[in-house]
Every structure is written in C-alpha cells, then in structure tokens.
Write a protein that binds this ligand. Sequence first.
Ligand code: UDP
Length: 538
Amino acid sequence: QSQELSQVRIDYQAALQALVEDGTRMVCTGKMHTDRVCRFESLCYSTEAEEFVFFHSNSSIMLPSLGPRRFQPALLDMSSVDDHNTQYFNFIELPAAALKFMPKPVFVPDVSLIMNRFNPDNLMHVFHDDLIPIFFTIQQFPDLDFESRLFFMEGWNEGLHFELYKFMSNKLPLLKEQLKTLGRLICFTKSYVGLSKSTTWYQYGFVQPQGPKANILVSGNEIRHFVKFMMEKLNISTEENVAEPYIVLFSRSMNRLIVNEAELLLALAQEFQIKTISVSLEDHSFADIIRLISNATMLVSMHGAQLVTSLFLPKGAIVVELFPYAVNPEHYTPYKTLATLPGMELQYVAWQNTEEENTVIYPERPWEQGGIVHLDKVEQERIIKSKEVPRHLCCRNPEWLFRIYQDTKVNISSLIEVIKSTVKTKIGSRKQKWTQGLYPGKVRVSKCQASIQGETEAKLFVSWQIPWNLKFLKVRDVKYEVWIQEQGENSYMPYILSHQNYTFSENIKPFTTYLVWIRCIFNKTLLGPFADVLMCST
Ligand code: UDP
C-alpha cells in the first residue's frame, strides 16, 4: 500500500487553473446533517488553519445552500454516530481569487473518502461505527471503490486496529496528522465527506440511555456480505469446515475478568460434550480469533467490545453474553441487537451474575476503570449497596463504570441452566436449514358482490387473486387477511382466510358501504402490503 499521492498523474497547472476558475463544487444527499453525505470537487483543507475550505467562483455549486443553517449545528456528521458534537463537519468559504495569496495547493488525485473514526481503540466501535459503514458507503457511491483513498480526520493516531482499516482500501489510509507532511493547502480533486449510517444498529446513549437504534435498516444479509469481504482480507477460508464442533470462550485479560475461567471451560466441555477453546485479544492474533469464531458452535464472553466478533459466527451459532453483578442485560444490548438482526440467524443468551458474593469490586481504581473512592462517602455507600445500575447516559456514570469493571465468578450451574433453557436446538448439531423470508405482493383483481337478505341481513361475497410473485415461489403457508370496515367507522372486523374468496355475513347490514382491505401473509409472519381498498355497497 502506498502513501504516495502521485499514483495518478495529474497536470498540476491544469488542476490549479481548474481550481481557480471553477472553485469548489458540492452536491449532497440527505435532508439533515445527520443523514448527509456530500460529494465535492476541489474541496481543500488548510493544514495550518485545520479547516476545510470551499473556494467560490462563478462555477461553484453548493447544494444544499443552507445559509446560516449550515452552522445549526453543522453541515454533516463526519462519523457514523448520530449528531455527536465532536464529529461535525463544516468548511470556511473564500473567493477563488484568494488562492493567489495562499500556499501552492497540493492536489490529491485519488477519489477520497473523508471521515472520522469514532473510537478506533475499541473493537465494537471499530466495526460498528467505522468498518461496516465505510464498506457500505463505498458501495453507495459509484465514484468510490477500493482504489479510493481514506482520510481519517478525527485526529487520533493509527490506533490499535489500523490493520483492519487498511483492508478497506488498496491505498494506505491517511491520518489528519499526516496531511501536514503533504503540504499547507491540500485540495481533494474528487471527494466524499461523511459516512452512511444505514448499517448501524446501536446508539451509545449520548442523549437517551443506550439501546438499539430506533429505525434499524440493516439485516444479517448485509452484515454477512461485509464478513465475507473481511474474511477474504484476513485470508480465512469461507468454506464451512466439517471438523468437530467447539465452543470459543473469548476472555479479557486486563479487567472484567471471569475469575473461574478454567473451571468454566471444563464445565462447558463436559456439559455439552464438545471441545472448548479460550482466546483473548492479548494472546491471539485477530486473524486467528476470527478463524476460530467463524466455525464455532458457541461464543461465550463477558459483555464487552470483543463480542462484536460474533458477527463472524456461522449461522445457527449461539452467542452467550455474561454480565457482572448489578448490570441488567436488558439495558446494554449492542451484541444482542446484532445477534438478533433479521437474517443474522444467531441464537442469543444473556446471563447475569445475581450473587453479590461472586463479584469482585475495585473501588480504589482510577475513575475511568470504575473506581469510586473519589466520590463522597454517602454516594460510595449508595453505589455499593445498589443492586442494579439505574439507566444512565454515556459515558462517565461512576456507578456504571464501577459495576461494569467488576470481575465475576461465574455460577456455572446457573449459566448452563440459562443456556439450556434458551437454546432450542441440540448444541453441536449443525446444518439447520433456514428459509429466507420473501414478502408477498398485493393480492390482485379483487371484487365484491353484495346480496340483501331481508331488512336487516346482507351478505358480501369477496374474491381476489394471488399475489403475482407467489407463482414463482414455494411457500409453505399462504393466508389472506381481510378487514371489513363500515365506511365512516374507525373499527373493522379482521379475518384470516385460507382461500381466495369468502362470503361475509356476520354484522353485514343492508344499504351500507363497506371498505374491504386485503393482504397476503406468507408462513404466518411475512405480511404483505394491502391491495387498494375495495368499496362494496350492499
Ligand atoms: N480489551 C481487551 N482486554 C481487556 C479489556 C479490554 O482486549 O482485558 C479491549 C476491548 O475488547 C475493547 C478495548 O479493549 O476493544 C476497550 O475496552 P473497554 O473496556 O474500554 O470497552 P468495552 O469492552 O466495555 O466496550
């Protein structure tokens, strides 16, 4: 991988002239700063001012033209984390004529993706906030591909997992700090600023307590496309291995320890009659860990960023997440949400230590490792006595840090009990067939016929045809849901029917207009759209 920018030859004089004459051009997607990605031609960056610069000329375009709303609060988020005030992007404006008085620009010939990593030392953040969003931002814009140059502008050094970031492009990613070595005014010939947020599934609790994102858009299918790409980069065969099944225990070596880990390993092996392997980021290479996880039957780990590697588990595998004393598993669900994304096809089990005598506390540690001795005595006592951390905002809640950095002696029989009662399949038996869910189309050619039986009774014969896509599919169970609503009323009568016609007579009155809503349902859960409403008058 090359750090050199001059792989694509550019005619410096022509580039400079184009910049002076055409200025900067920007066109963005998205309605709000939180869903915006912008495409630029000739966006510049002053390494002295540490500001992006938009040069105005007669040919400049700035869409959206927000006026002062560009600062309320920003043009866009540079990381995939929503609306975080340390991640805002903006530029300052200058007339192109000012270039005469400025340092000679250095042009970046590669198409560039300019963004912020959110927390490059934490594996969950690396995958969720950066790698997966980079992968899909590259898919979204036709100018971007694996020849594009990544620029990480958050200002961190390479970080602990730079090797993983390097997979995202055939060119070496550049850090903010390195821009200074390139020149005083850097001009990106063609660039994109920002990241797609379509693939993120979790919000970390900056404005409301952490939890799954309100509107998750990603499914296991996309995650597994990313996984396939990463496995190729890590040189791991994606062939499913038919060797004997095994459990991986992913342990932490520094904090949040399992104090009876050896005992736990033995107990799991004995209970499920299956080999058990322990790994940690401290003792194994990332590729080795992923190679093991990608064929594991079960992954067991304390809550923590290392659990994001469950995205590499094969379909059907089991994720077992352990929580320390007083930490409610329902309140911290980044890995549960991942495991249960539709199409991930993982089974998820949470276990919590509920026995105070099995927890090891560290009140004397520094606050960021969960120490509490800096707090006043009353508060310390309250925390020590508390049986559950109340919901809280990120990131410095001392009670949360105190509890999440406890070590745990796992009560093995209670853990095995939870695993056995949650997991429905026989552990170690592979190859269950999962059927992918395709949704029905609208029912077609719906019709109704009314008949009146005396003064108070009437009947409604309604018929329809199958959705157009059904004839191409093998669907186990096809049902129709029909709602009969009297015009002007809010309530309706629902029916679930197996055939393509039905005569409704219950509560059908003469000389009344009914609205009939029909939709198809595949395999009990895949609800199709309603067809256009049918108006039926008796
Ligand atoms: N980490 C680790 N071993 C440890 C403690 C942490 O490998 O003993 C890793 C962890 O997986 C994460 C990073 O160090 O990638 C930061 O850990 P931290 O406890 O701050 O975050 P959390 O795991 O709670 O998200």
